[in-house]
Design a protein around this ligand. Sequence first.
Ligand SMILES: Cc1ncc(COP(=O)(O)O)c(C=O)c1O
Length: 412
Amino acid sequence: MTKPAGPIPSGFAADDDGMLFIGGRRADSLVAEAGDTPLFVYDLARIDAQVARFHAAFPGVDLHYAVKANPYELVLRHMIGRVDGFDLASGGELDKVLAAGIAPAITSFAGPGKRDAELEAAIRHGVTLNLESEGEAHRALAIAERLGVTPRLAVRVNPDFEIKGSGMRMGGGAKPFGIDAERVPALVRHLLAAGADWQGFHIFAGSQALGPEALIEAQRATLQLAEELAEAIGADLPKLNLGGGFGIPYVHGDQPLEVEPIGAALSERIAARGPRLAGTKFAIELGRWLVGECGVYLTRIVDRKVSKGRTFLVTDGGMQHQLAASGNFGQVIRRNYPVAIADRFDRDPEEDVTIVGCLCTPLDILGDDVMMPRADVGDLVAVFLAGAYGLTASPTAFLSQTQAREIVVGGA
Ligand SMILES: Cc1ncc(COP(=O)(O)O)c(C=O)c1O
């Protein structure tokens, strides 16, 4: 039975012969320029549009880019001057931002399981560490003392709430992330007594939320918690990183997130903040919402076959590059991402096909029972929403298949 493909982001069009345009360029010429498929194309102009939309909706709030969403060097470089900070999740991401020419002073490093060598590199470079446990705090202080530097330390708080309806819940209850809220005041007092440069709180309660009300509620709860904790510590709060969680519509029926009402509600709540937050800097950290829609994954059909009446288009790519589109990155029931035949982007669908990758596993599906225009060997398949958690969140070493290429288009 035919299953719907996810919603193609607005603004994509076709050339006169039906070829998909990405960032004003034909998909086939982008493949020629990159050398071959499989290929990720990132349209920087789409990132700019999201950045502009954020700044319009959240005046006065810093925008941080969560590097984990897409650490490709040309994407990182493009973010310089467009965002106010970069959030890292590993020493490897620190290496990548340094290589891209990003000032480490505007980066922060969250994530459980930071090794001593990673803590040391971060402290040496003046990165703000978002501490995930008391043990990590003690190791960071000891390393800083050995180095003879003042560490920049923030505390990641494990709040008692989550973002309702978010695809990934990262707060509320027992979690490997952050320090339980009730233990935070004692730890911060200890950091202050040890002479650390306390940078404030990081409160990240979830990811991939599409309901504005849930995000408004989570941000209100975050400010409330920050006020209570600052009061309990007895110190003014320098910075509050409110996390993010803004989602994008991946599957049929998902609605795009309206960020403007969230910004309006946050401005109101900030205006009513208590005295401990009077001089606080506020930040929101986003990955997926900033870069998800900028990416298109292009893969070529290498075989067309029929099995028991079902047509398969077999491509030279697959879940080794686009795990999320295969349904194996957090989906409980597999649903199709937006997918199209790039060479026939303007044509009406004619046949029900299943688009698979070249891995020898039934998990490797890019489009399951989707209606497509007739396509054949040599044609290009486009998988949309590939800008975030694409190559970086996929098992690229699996079966030692061809590595995907990456290219950017557009942008000033
Ligand atoms: C601490 C932290 N920051 C930022 C993000 C980025 O989330 P998203 O890409 O959904 O905006 C995540 C995602 O898991 C995260 O764990």
